[in-house]
Design a protein around this ligand. Structure first.
Ligand code: TXA
Ligand code: MG
Length: 338
């Protein structure tokens, strides 16, 4: 399917908004870089973002809103967050805040984290689109994974033509650098942390926040989707299960193995996009059911290694990895990395 290039007039914005509401992917310009937008309340649309970007892992995405009021319907701002929003929104600042339990944003958008990154972009056309869409729009930079972030519609077209429904041409992005990401969702004593320098200078942020803690080694994103604080189930997880026992909760893909104590089907038909869309819900459900039923572990059936299967396997590998308290002594907190 060829990608529609939409002019940012009333008709173009209306078309882009209706595509987003149908679950299609639409790239749009912001003042920082072009974003690859998807309805953040539609798990399949969010999974399609990861597929189009060719991401090897699920990174948490930023949700975009037309106003601070709209953003704060999905997250819980404290005093400092409200002041930062007042001062820098609309603009190139992203706030990571605890998400509200009533938020309709799907777990995959935040890669299973209990926090959510929210931002109100300054670009007037982006805000019109967000208002017309009428729902949170998850949008990473609109480039293939590992490539440079795009600042024009032509850059986006060069990388994603045929992979996404449309591009709303909002002209060149003027900041050209991604938004500054501040984490306000850590423990109360931790204070604000700078997760990514960007369009708002850290001097400007510090003037309001005081000193900014650098993220600790466990919190710093060490690569795509490498946040150690990513949701990990309480039950141990076993991958590539070829059989299952009654004391295990089965994460199934394709025709399910028989004999498990609990079951969650990622995709009966073996569809990787559907499986990605259901992954975090599946881990949460099996973990809760398994703990309630006294099961020993979660057993995950093999997932193909190609396409979105790469990101799903990456997530399962980290869910199966030893927990921090089980780290070897050389990796305990306070020690220097080798
Ligand atoms: O300027 C921008 O921010 C652009 C435009 C399109 O808005 N978007 C962007 O998105 O750069 P992306 O997905 O390429 O970068 C999102 C950043 C990543 O560094 C990610 O780790 C961090 O935000 N992030 C998102 N949600 C988070 C969360 N809940 N906790 C910690 N970090 C989070
Ligand atoms: Mg990016």
């Amino acid at each position: 399917m060829p990608t529609e290039l939409l002019a940012a007039d009333e008709a173009g914005i209306a078309r882009a908004a209706s595509l987003l509401r149908e679950g299609a992917l639409v790239a749009f310009g912001t003042e920082t870089v072009y974003g690859l937008g998807a309805d953040a309340t539609d798990a399949r649309a969010v999974a399609a973002v990861f597929a189009a970007k060719g991401r090897p892992a699920f990174n948490p995405l930023i949700c975009h809103y037309p106003s601070a009021d709209a953003a704060f319907a999905d997250v819980m701002p404290g005093d400092l967050a409200r002041r930062l929003a007042e001062r820098f929104w609309p603009g190139p600042l992203t706030l990571v805040l605890p998400r509200r339990s009533a938020s309709p944003v799907v777990p995959l958008a935040a890669a299973g984290l209990p926090s959510l990154a929210v931002r109100v972009p300054a670009h007037p056309l982006a805000r019109k689109l967000l208002a017309a869409a009428g729902r949170p729009i998850a949008a990473p930079s609109a480039n293939r994974s590992g490539r440079v972030s795009p600042t024009t519609a032509a850059h986006v077209l060069a990388e994603l033509d045929g992979l996404i429904a449309a591009i709303l041409d909002c002209g060149p992005a003027i900041v050209g650098l991604e938004s500054t990401v501040i984490d306000l969702a850590g423990p109360p004593h931790a204070g604000p942390r700078l997760l990514r320098p960007g369009g708002v200078t850290s001097e400007a942020i510090r003037a309001m926040c005081g000193p900014l803690a650098a993220p600790t080694r466990d919190e710093a994103p060490r690569g795509p989707g490498m946040l150690a604080s990513h949701y990990a189930p309480r039950l141990p997880l076993r991958r590539d299960a070829g059989s299952v026992s009654v004391d295990e909760a089965l994460l199934a893909f394709g025709p399910p193995l028989r004999g498990a104590g609990a079951l969650f089907q990622l995709s009966g038909s073996g569809d990787l996009t559907e499986a990605a869309a259901r992954l975090f819900a599946g881990l949460h459900t099996l973990d809760a059911d398994g703990v309630r039923l006294g099961l020993a572990r979660i057993a995950a059936m093999p997932i193909p290694r190609h396409g979105l299967g790469q990101a799903i396997n990456d997530r399962l590998r980290r869910a199966a990895a030893p927990r921090p308290e089980e780290d070897p002594p050389s990796l305990r907190q306070g020690d220097q990395p080798p």
